[in-house]
Design a protein around this ligand. Structure first.
Ligand code: LMR
Length: 265
């Protein structure tokens, strides 16, 4: 149990290991279980180990909290969201993955640094899988409403987009393991949006059922998050070039989903 008389919050934290009964009746469950990656590994390299872990954790969570909303943080993110979705048998609106907020945060941080402005004023949309094929959308990136393309040269923007795509890997190289603070913070934002029914608009990984012309694939897209989980998937009008990037991302995620299907046979 942890409270903070100094910082003046009174949230109670209960820590247990392996006893899922203590989580019974949870409204929101964040699953971070699984191995992090080491330098030189891709997120996809974790699939074999993490699939079994996420499956077992999800099944135990569902047994205790049949009405919960599940947020996946484990990697490979999109495919672990798939794993949790099939293991939980929940509607898609209650099983989602956290990656878009994290990737967008990196993108916004790099832009803020380059432009010497506060990241608070940078709004951006980033879609697709949580990997090298993610799709930042400069057309929907603004600095206090000003299109970013008016403030930065195309080659600098391209370099920032490339750095964003490999942002997770950059940290793994520096720290010898995966990031944890920013992913935790991003997941907390999603929990807050759900618990307080804030109707926040975030990029979140969810099973697509025809949106963007894509079905049966788990990808990051902008959604409205509220007390019911994903309350709406927002469909942006993408250019042909943006759609090509999104389809490339889809193809990659489907490849890894197929690996999971084979593992489960
Ligand atoms: C991240 O993007 O920080 C996480 O997916 C962890 C990782 O290994 O990259």
């Amino acid at each position: 149990m942890a409270e903070s008389p100094i910082d003046l919050y009174d949230t109670r934290t209960v820590g247990v290991t392996g006893d899922y009964s203590k989580t019974a009746g949870s409204s929101v469950v964040v699953i971070t279980s699984g191995l992090p990656r080491k330098p030189g590994m891709t997120r996809d390299d974790l699939i074999e180990t993490n699939a079994g872990i996420v499956k077992s954790v999800t099944e135990q969570v569902v047994a205790q909290s049949p009405d919960a909303i599940i947020i996946i943080v484990s990697n490979p993110l999109d495919v672990m969201t798939y794993q949790a979705h099939i293991s939980s048998k929940f509607p898609r609106t209650r099983v989602m993955g956290m990656a878009g907020i994290l990737d967008t945060a990196r993108y916004r941080a790099f832009l803020a640094e380059e432009l010497n402005v506060s990241p608070k004023d940078i709004q951006a949309v980033l879609m697709g899988g949580h990997g090298d094929t993610m799709v930042p959308l400069p057309r929907y990136t603004t600095v206090a409403g000003i299109p970013v393309t008016e403030l930065i040269d195309a080659d600098k923007l391209d370099a920032i987009i490339e750095r964003t795509k490999f942002g997770g890997g950059e940290l793994v190289k520096l720290m010898g393991t995966s990031a944890w603070y920013a992913p935790g913070s991003a997941a907390a934002q999603m929990v807050e949006a759900i618990v307080r029914d804030q109707k926040r608009v975030f990029p979140v990984c969810i099973k697509l059922e025809g949106e963007y012309g894509i079905s049966d694939c788990y990808l990051g897209v902008p959604v409205v998050l509220g007390k019911n989980g994903v309350e709406k998937v927002i469909e942006l009008k993408l250019t042909e070039e943006e759609m090509v990037s999104l389809r490339t991302s889809r193809d990659h995620v489907i490849e890894v989903m197929n690996v999971l299907d084979k593992l489960s046979q």
